[in-house]
Design a binder for this molecule. Structure first.
Ligand code: DQA
Length: 136
């Protein structure tokens, strides 16, 4: 199975930013653990802080599933929502933190309605749970 893990804005700062929320591991460390978990599968990892680049990556994706943590773009990017609607590849929305237990503006996702499902609140394991969901 081919899985594409996309991380959006500020997720390159994981391990440095708000350690109490996102943990002490870098995104590279987390991606390494994900790759080890899915060792029988083909995993691609992509990160961008730029909304249009994330849209382009979704548009060109050729894989069985996309695991998407769009970061703050989740809460307002109609462009990323439209890119998800354009692709035939199923997308699972992911958040490391439990966004529903945080500030009210994080309770809204403009992406969820066009995603196959949503996984929130399990830290780095949110990515693994989302990837596993494509195997069910
Ligand atoms: C996040 C939650 C978002 O609200 C926030 O803007 C992020 C990370 C998460 O993984 O918990 O950057 O997507």
């Amino acid at each position: 199975m081919k899985l594409l893990f996309i991380n959006g804005v500020n997720l390159n700062m994981t391990g440095t930013r708000e350690k109490g929320v996102y943990g002490e591991q870098t995104l590279e460390d987390i991606n390494g653990e994900i790759a080890a978990h899915f060792k029988g599968d083909e995993c691609e990892f992509y990160q961008s802080n730029i909304e249009g680049e994330i849209c382009a990556k979704i548009q060109s994706a050729k894989c069985d599933g996309i695991i998407l943590n769009a970061g703050a773009y989740t809460h307002y990017s109609v462009a990323i929502r439209d890119a998800i609607s354009c692709t035939n590849v199923p997308v699972v929305e992911v958040h490391m933190s439990n966004v529903h237990a945080r500030e009210e503006f994080r309770h809204t996702s403009v992406l969820s309605a066009v995603c196959k499902g949503v996984i929130v609140g399990f830290g780095k394991n949110s990515y693994i749970l989302a990837g596993e969901s494509f195997k069910l």
